[in-house]
Every structure is written in C-alpha cells, then in structure tokens.
Write a protein that binds this ligand. Sequence first.
Ligand code: HDE
Length: 718
Amino acid sequence: MKNVNKQAKDSENRKQQDLEVSKSDATGQMMTTDQGLKINDDTNSLKAGERGPSLLEDFILREKITHFDHERIPERIVHARGSAAHGYFQVYKSMEKYTKAGFLQDPNLKTPVFTRFSTVAGSRGSTDLARDIRGFAVKFYTEQGNYDLVGNNVPVFFIQDAMKFPDLVHAVKPEPNNEMPQAASAHDTFWDFISLMPETMHTIMWVMSDRAIPRSLRMMEGFGVHTFRFINAKNESHFVKFHWKPKLGTHAVVWDEAQKISGKNSDFHRQDLWEAIENGNYPEWELGVQLIPEADEHKFDFDLLDPTKLVPEELVPVTLIGKMVLNRNPDNFFAETEQVAFHPGHIVPGIDFTNDPLLQGRLFSYTDTQLSRLGSPNFHEIPINRTIAPMHNNQRDGHMRQEINVGRVSYHPNSLGGGCPFQAKIDEGGFSSFNERVDAHKVRDRSESFSDHFGQATLFFNSQTQTEKNHIINALRFELGKLETEAIQIRMLGLLSQIDTNLATKVAEGLGLKVPKSPEKPINHGVGADADKHKYEPKKVEQSVKSSDALSMLKNKTLSKTITTRQVAFLCSEGVDRAAINAMKAALDKEGATMKVIAPHLGTIKANDGSEVKVDQSFLIAASVLFDAVYIPGGKNIGFLASKPEAIEFINEAFKHCKVIGADDAAIFTQTNVKSVLNVKSDAEGIVLNANKEDKNFTKSFIAAMGEHRFWSREEKL
Ligand code: HDE
C-alpha cells in the first residue's frame, strides 16, 4: 500500500518538478543586471554631475526602464479576470470500458492539474462579484500530453454557432463609444443583441439566476458544456457530458450582497480561494460524466450537438468517476495564472470532439488568440504550458524559442536523422481521430433540430424554487431596468412570455411596462437573409422532463450542509463575555468554520473577566456582506453595540440577506432605543437566541442553522 501511495504522490508531483527548473529565488543573492553583472547602486542613475542630466550611457537604467515599459501583455479578450491553483486529479476506477485516456485508467495515478476560474466580460482588474458566467478551465498534465477541459459554471451557452461569438462578446463588453459599463451585462448593446437572438434564452435564464453570483469559486459546479466523445481501445464511441461537482456544495450570494462585496473587496473570490489553500482547506470537486451510447444520439427532445441544451439528469444520470483537489497556490501570478494557455483542442487519445458548431469554432480560436496574447507560436514552451510528456516534432524557430533542437534534420520523412522523430502507431499511443462517417453537401446552414429556443429555458425556470424564481425576476428587472431603449425592453418581454407568462408579467411590472399582446415574432437572426424563414422560425419543444431538481441550487442535493471554511463575524465591544466567545469559537473550530472579532476599534478590547480580546477588524473595515453569519456574544457588550449605528447596520444587513444571527442576549433586539432602527424580527427563522445563557445546545443550534445557509422565508416576508 505504501508503494502505491508513493507512486500516486510521485505522479502528482511531476508538473511541480518540471516547474522547479524554471523558478528563481533571490533569497541571499546579490542584485544583478539581466546579463548577470552585479549592481552596486540601484537608486541613482548615472548623471553628468550631481544635478546634471542623465547619461545615455547608463545601460543599467536603460535595461531597467525598458523591461518595465514592456511588462504588460494583452489581457484575454474574454475571461481576462481569473484566479488559479495547482492540484491533482485521481480517477476512482478504471474507465477503460468507455475511454482509453491514460489518466482515466489507474486509481493510483494522480495527474497534476492547473485550474483557472474566471469571469467572462470584465477586464483583468474588474470585480469578482460581477453577474456573469464563470470560466472553469482545467489543464491535466497527463503522460499522454496535456488535456484541457475548458468549461464554464453553467452547462449551456448563449449561441449555437461560433460565427456569432464575436457579436456576442462585442455586445456584452463595455460599449465602444464610452467604454461603459465595466464587467456588467446591464446595458443596451447586450440586451439589444440578446433580444434579437432567441437561441440565447436558455443561457439567459442561468445567467439571471444566482448561479451567476457564486458565494465562492470553491462552491460552484463546472460543466464541459459541449457533448464530447469517449473512445475506448476497440474504437467504440460514447457521447459524454462533463460535470464538476463541488464537495462544499453549490452556493451563491444575493445580488444586493454581490454589489456591496464588489465595493468592499473586489478580490473576494480570489482571496477566498487563495486563503482556503494557504490554510490547508483544499477545495475539491468530483468529476461526473453523463454517458450516452452512439446508438442513442437521436433519442432526445433536442440535438446533442446543440450547446444551448443540457441533458437532464433524469434522462441520463451523472456518474462520478474521480476527484480533483486543488492544494497549491501559484508562486507567481503572471508566470502561471496569466500565461497559462488553455485550448479545447488539447486532447489525448480516448477523448474526441463532436460536430457541435460552437466547439468546432473554438478549436480554431484558442491557439489563434494565444498568438496575439502571448506573442509567439512557442507559447507551449512557457513553463506552465509545457507538457510533462516527451515532446518532439519538426516545428522550429519563431520568437523566443527556448528549446535547442540538435541535429540537421527538421523535416519528415528523413533518412539523415534515421527517420526520427517517429510517428506512433495507434497501439503505441498515436492519436487518431474518431472514424466518424460524414457524407454531406457543403452548406452554410443550421440544422432544424436546433430550432427549439424556449423548451429548456422553461424547464430551467420551472425547476426553480419560488425564491430562486423571484431572484431571476429581480435580476431581469435590474438588468432591463438599466436600459435606455424601451423597444429592447419590450422585445425582451415578448421573448420572456414564450418562456413563462408569469415571469414576463412580473418583470413587466417592475419595468412599468406591459407584456406585448402580440409580441414581435422572434426571428432567428443567426441565419442567412434568403434562407427559408419557416424552417428557422424559433420553436418551443415541450420537454419530456418537466422539472429537474439538479437545475435548482436550493433543491439540489449538491447544496451541502457543511459549514467548513464559512466565516462568522463576532460583534464585540468592551465588557464582552469572554466565556461566550471561547465556547462559540471552539464549536466553530470543530466544524472547520472561522471567526473574526469585529469591534469599534483595532487593537484589543477588555472582556468581562478583565482579559484582552484581540480585534481582527474594526467596523470601519468589516461588513456583513463579507461574512456568512453573525454572532453577538453577551456581556456589557450588548448595550454598547445597540447604540452603535455601524453595528445596527451590520445586523440589519445580515438579516436582510437571510443569514443566521446568533445572540446571547435578546436585549440586542428588544431595547427600546434600537427597536426603531433594527429591522430584525427576533422570532424569525435563523435567529438563534441564547436567552440568559440557559440554552446548553446554543452553539449546536447556531451551527445547525448555519448549515441551512440562508433563511429565505425572511426575504419573502420583507
Ligand atoms: Fe472561450 N475563449 N470561446 N468558451 N473560454 C477564450 O481563449 C471562444 C466558450 C472559456 O482561463 C479565449 O485563451 C470562442 C464556451 C474559458 O484562460 C478565446 C467561443 C466555453 C476561457 C475564446 C467560446 C468557453 C475561455 C480568450 C465560441 C465553455 C478562459 C482567451 C465559439 C465551454 C480560459 C483564451 C482561461 C477563453 C474563444 C465559447 C470557456 C478567445 C470563439 C462555450 C473557461 O480563444
């Protein structure tokens, strides 16, 4: 057993060892120029006299400034804002029946991975909490070469054909005349495009749901989106949909919180991921697959090649086949997170593409974009991108080539180099594309089987709890409410009425408009002007599955009750009950949750027993939106906090966002001087009281309530 573990550990470390050779550590070293010349003065430039002009001769100044002048590279055209971590993937049991992919065979093999999460629309410095899809890109450094699973946290995409991707991105990015708004879809150009492209409706439902404002990158699902293929050693194909299921469950914040977090800490997600890994709370996901035999391709109400559709788990269950653990932060953001280059076309034998027209376009785009972003076809040599598999071919030269290819041969076939490098036979691991029969006319067209634009949008909406439906309605009211052009709002109401009449009516109420009686007939603008319009008329196909729990975060079994890594704010001031702090802290520690003492000032405060309590954050810095729950320990504390507007605001906000509030003394909610300013109903759900310190189960009750995460009944009452 020991040997097996060692083998797993060794395989996990292979990429780390590979990166080691490129690391530079200046500890204990002298400063030099790029040429290795030791520098004697890094503060003063070379001048003609103390007060004279700088000399062109100053090669040290020139080198330093020139390097600085060229430090920036173009940010990613989409997914510019991202955070990443290293880790490993391990399969639970051999998947040999379905795929020959090497990393999916041996449960003792740990394949190194580098995973980058991102928002789509914002720039590199934009807020983490934008309403947006999140990228979920995993690079597996397998022994057969790099495999990239470049997915999102939403299982479907806006458009069906790569041809419309530049239009979609132009529409959502800041408007070109004034570069506004940043990292936001709530503006006219986005909704103008969306309202003219009914195929976007299903994904719009997801983006308007709380999936688009995750609580943490560690608490969101991932999806491969497209249908891919698994190919086994007998060359048999199964269609496959990939899922990542987070061990901590799938959780979100609410929109009001998201906007406030953006102001308080725009690195909220990045910091959360970084700190979790630094503290040894390694985030984990299970990889799930939906497998569909080749023969069942046409069995569904939708086309498997259509990326605006998902396969309901009621029709094809998700089988969990392995796990990914992220356990190491990058050493250098630029070298790793910024320079990593993902590409859905990086595959290994055993995995292959389908003819999904969105995927097909992506296969071109990703290498192409690296050429302008990273500047050279040699981007595969950048340490974070290089494979741990042996790499030999006849590609040569180009900007910044690192490899020194020896010998005189750089072509194939050759006899001078003994025919090397050899082509690999299939049984030697050589890749060959799935032998799919394609027999067709060349057409610029789209299949009629892609025409259902509303069926699964309705399925998604119908699958949500009332709370989730309300959040979707409010998100649409917010987004559409920001538009300047009424015609776009009305067009959107027309489309929403095809999904659900109540949804459209509720959104219309918020906008002060009426749902159009005879909405403009949606036209699929994605197809050619002289095409047979009837064929392309968007349809609604009744789905055989009417409601799917897996699509709702609140019904979903992945909504785990664990409170590990959750953050609790302890609101304290002079005279606070020390024993109460200790008891709650100990109980939270046991659950892996963390606490911070929030008080009127930094430094320390005196507890009721005379001891000093260290303050983590003052009210000036802390905010309720940065915490999952609030605890108000007893003592003299209570009277003081009740008169402190910042504390009242803290508690009110936690209540508004349906979070757990625990207090040792009900007085905080009932004192006459605060009653008028405190919006908390002390008998509401999720308010846990330890009146007169009599409740021995208080900490237990508080933790159990935290496991429910939010008490939505309060929101409905508000
Ligand atoms: Fe991307 N996408 N994409 N995309 N995408 C990029 O590649 C593109 C799509 C996704 O962390 C770019 O290296 C086209 C779907 C992620 O580095 C670019 C189309 C899905 C990331 C590009 C799509 C994704 C990208 C920009 C439609 C989910 C970030 C920088 C045909 C399955 C990867 C880069 C990272 C990044 C093109 C649609 C996921 C321009 C043309 C669908 C997670 O190549």
